[in-house]
Write a protein that binds this ligand. Sequence first.
Ligand code: FAD
Length: 383
Amino acid sequence: MNWAARAVEKLPEVTALDKSYEYSGKVVIVGAGPSGLAAAKILERNQIDYLILEATDRFGGRLKKDTTLADFPIDLGAEWIHSDPIVLNKIKGVAGNTIEEDLVPYHLKSGAKWDGVKIKEVSKAELDFRYRFLPESKFKSSTWYDFVEENLAKSVKSKIHFNSAVTSIDYSEDEVIVKTVGGKAYEADRVLVTVSVGVLKSKSIEFTPALDGKKKKAIAAIHFRPGLKVALKFSDTFYHNAIECASNSGERVYYDIAFGKESESHVLGFLCTGEESRRYIEYSSDEALVQVLLEELDQMYTGRATRLFTGEYRIERWSEYEYTRGTWTQAFEENPNHLRHLNRPLNNKVFFAGEINDPYRQMGVPGAILSGYHSIDRLLSAP
Ligand SMILES: Cc1cc2nc3c(=O)[nH]c(=O)nc-3n(C[C@H](O)[C@H](O)[C@H](O)COP(=O)(O)OP(=O)(O)OC[C@H]3O[C@@H](n4cnc5c(N)ncnc54)[C@H](O)[C@@H]3O)c2cc1C
């Protein structure tokens, strides 16, 4: 059975979307990424009093789109649907197997491997095998950001307080007091924290009483990959659909962002995660980083990258952002005890959600959203 089919088997039959709740208290959600927005959608549907505190000036978290580099919108954060697209229906609460979204099956026609010296073609048999094992897809003319905006954010946007980074959560009394930068205080009966593990690791949110040893240990142990994403625009396509580069940790890949899209733009992505990414992230200027990538591509494709580069690019150094601090976590790589301790609520007043807290072990955005549904169900049902 392939990975995607196994992931579908783990999907819940019922989510918070299928239930109704009566709760008379006030809820504060920390973070307007996919999981915070999913939780908010449930509160909105059930007319529960809530607000969302978001550190930045936008919603979406690790989802971001660019509409200016190419003739189609580009995902600068999450991009692929890693499992069976049926997961999109589950997120929307739609029954059946018919997917409304127009998707591109990510079944590559060409691929290469780069060991730093030689570029080697990947056989069609290997490309076919990879697709059978992990049949990923992408949105054809939209993005993950659009999907989340349409299906989650639209109905809850008005409840987001932007530029409101949470600095402390005091759950020592009956009411929970949540403070933001600048000292503004919000009272809540229950709080849902959806920030990334990277943000929890940074200890920029102070909990009172302090988190216990097991939770602290879990936060320290869970691996949050550093990484960056770059999009480079060329006047023509000279590259394979994907070029996998040798890496000591995580992944390092160049890939045709326009693959399967109806597009006349030539945009090559670069995604690097894990320790290897630090050497790219640390380039002090964008120009220096782009130069290094062009040199790498010139070696692979005998000078064509520099010749065909239009000078336009986008760079997202995800691990450098204060309210992200990395790329993603993968629950299947982690110790289940750590996951359990991370997910444990504090005095049934402060709950946790987000990609790593997904009990159904999906990956990325779907996992984050399903965790939002799951954790808000726990929060509303707790004694
Ligand atoms: C480069 C990259 C590529 C990726 N590729 C894919 C992919 O192809 N497919 C896929 O499914 N997933 C992918 N992911 C992972 C996916 O983006 C995440 O799984 C998903 O965004 C997690 O959602 P979340 O709500 O748990 O956290 P986030 O998206 O991190 O949202 C958390 C929110 O909390 C806010 N916040 C943080 N600190 C505070 C604070 N102190 N106070 C208030 N608000 C705060 C943040 O600003 C953010 O809005 C990728 C991620 C990156 C970075």
